[in-house]
Write a protein that binds this ligand. Structure first.
Ligand SMILES: Nc1ncnc2c1ncn2[C@@H]1O[C@H](COP(=O)(O)OP(=O)(O)O)[C@@H](O)[C@H]1O
Ligand SMILES: [Mg+2]
Length: 261
């Protein structure tokens, strides 16, 4: 949850008039929103509405056609402070480290242990010693309740456990914010719950999060704000009580009537 303090005047993530076009297809058509430090923003909307593209533009896996994304006030696309020069790939990679990504697919390295997966980037990318990274990795595995699996290989874990390792791997980079793209969509219901428990704990611990999800219970109970995306625009946004309780948009009402039991 959001904590007031001086530096919080600058949002953790600011998205300004973001457009993304693929050929003639206008996928994002002017999306703007802020995520304050410690806030959890859930993003809902029909398949094809542009949710994944929006997350991918935020962490620069896609280059926006226009508009800008700011991380802690720093523009992703150009150098800022009056310098309109585009950032180099190296600079973008550096900034991307501050955003932990969790996808539907876990993408763990099969030949590495659970701990090996979690400490790889802190060692190679952050330059941490193996000893320091191991302590951090164990701490991150404890946060996802998998400390006892650290020496196991991914293939021997359930899908829910693998996704929790993927979350621990993202946390080990000590990101400024976590971006989740339908993290439970490939999981059976009982495995979904164990991942949602971990995500709720992260949310309660003050982790800044954007979560694309079809889990309406999570969106309703764990987020500070909900965005409903439709055809590349934010069609409805507000606190969950408002979006779920009294949506203004007819399309949002229809979407919710199909997705909320
Ligand atoms: N790399 C791409 N090239 C062309 N079209 C794309 C690409 N990525 C996404 N799209 C299109 O953009 C639209 C939005 O996709 P996406 O952001 O994945 O939506 P969502 O995550 O809400 O289901 C879809 O019509 C999809 O086919
Ligand atoms: Mg998607």
């Amino acid at each position: 949850m959001h904590v007031e303090s001086g530096v919080d005047a600058v949002p953790a993530i600011r998205v300004v008039d973001l457009h993304k076009r693929f050929g003639t297809l206008d996928v994002l058509r002017g999306v703007s929103f802020d995520v304050r430090r410690g806030d959890v923003v859930s993003m809902i909307g029909a398949s094809g509405s542009g949710k994944s593209t929006l997350l991918r533009c935020i962490n620069r896996l896609e280059t926006p056609s226009s508009g800008e994304v700011y991380i802690d006030g720093e523009p992703m696309g150009h150098r800022g402070q009056g310098d309109a020069k585009a950032r180099s790939l190296a600079e973008i990679n550096m900034m991307r480290r501050d955003l932990g990504m969790v996808f539907q697919q876990f993408n763990l390295w099969p030949h590495m242990t659970v701990l090996g997966n979690v400490i790889e980037a802190p060692i190679r990318v952050r330059g941490m010693s193996r000893r320091e990274a191991t302590a951090l990795g164990e701490e991150c595995l404890a946060r996802v309740h998998l400390e006892e699996k650290s020496k196991e290989y991914p293939a021997r874990l359930s899908g829910g456990q693998q996704q929790r390792v993927a979350i621990a791997r993202a946390l080990a980079m000590r990101p400024k914010a976590m971006l989740f793209d339908e993290p439970t969509s490939s999981l059976d219901p009982e495995l979904t719950d164990e991942v949602l428990v971990v995500m709720r704990e992260l949310a309660a611990d003050g982790t800044t999060m954007i979560v694309v999800t079809h889990e309406m219970g999570f969106a309703r109970e764990a987020s500070d704000r909900v965005l409903f995306l439709h055809n590349g625009l934010i069609e409805e946004e507000g606190p969950p009580s408002q979006v779920f309780g009294a949506p203004k948009s007819e399309r949002c009402r229809q979407f919710l009537s199909k997705h909320v039991q």
